[in-house]
Design a protein. Structure first.
Length: 202
């Protein structure tokens, strides 16, 4: 298992990294890669160099703090320069990761919109499955995965991406669809059975 963990060095991003560590620690031989993306707002090469050096040192510290909780896995890190979403996707492809794990909120109230929108963008534009970790989420292997569906064709595709995650952690997938009084309960059952048969080839 290979995970990519973007970080902005906030407490929430650190929590997401801790969550990711829990996942890779469950699978011996797994690895996770921490990435911090710097989008330069100045052109001064000296300032950019200093920012990159500070980020690299911060990543090294985070890696050292996380490593003891994951003795049987490898933790690496890098700093990228450019557009946040593009760099995350580029690194995910270069590292051939299976999942991206990132926090939902950022450094401060004013910055939460920025990092929050990045998370949403990665979820919608990411090249692999994304786990968005809320700051209140407990770190641990997912025993149950709730999959909300409206029976769109794309939902079947999404479910196929969830299966490897569920298989890796022996998780139960619970499919949920909310229907109103106009819907036929029998039709609902048949649709869920149809999806299950498609996914599990039964």
């Amino acid at each position: 298992m290979k995970l990519l963990v973007p970080t902005d060095f906030s407490e929430n991003a650190y929590h997401a990294a801790t969550y990711a560590t829990t996942l890779v620690a469950h699978k011996p031989g797994s690895s996770m890669h921490l990435i911090h993306v710097v989008t330069p707002v100045v052109s001064d090469s000296t300032i950019i160099y200093d920012i990159r050096e500070q980020a690299t040192k911060a990543l090294a510290t985070v890696s050292e703090e996380l490593q003891p909780t994951c003795s049987n896995c490898k933790i690496s890190y890098s700093v990228s320069m450019g557009d946040t979403i593009e760099e995350i996707n580029k690194t995910a492809k270069d590292k051939n990761v299976g999942m991206i794990v990132m926090g939902v909120q950022g450094l401060s109230k004013s910055e939460r919109v920025i990092f929050g929108s990045n998370t949403v963008s990665v979820v919608s534009e990411g090249i692999c499955p994304v786990i968005a970790v809320p700051e209140t989420a407990d770190a641990g292997v997912p025993k149950k995965i709730v999959f909300a569906t409206d029976y769109y064709d794309s939902d079947l595709h999404t479910l196929q991406h969830i299966l490897p995650i569920a298989t890796a952690f022996n998780s139960e997938i619970i499919m949920v669809h909310i229907f109103d009084e106009k819907d036929d309960e029998q039709s609902e059952s048949e649709m869920i059975k149809f999806i299950s048969n498609k996914i599990f080839k039964t």
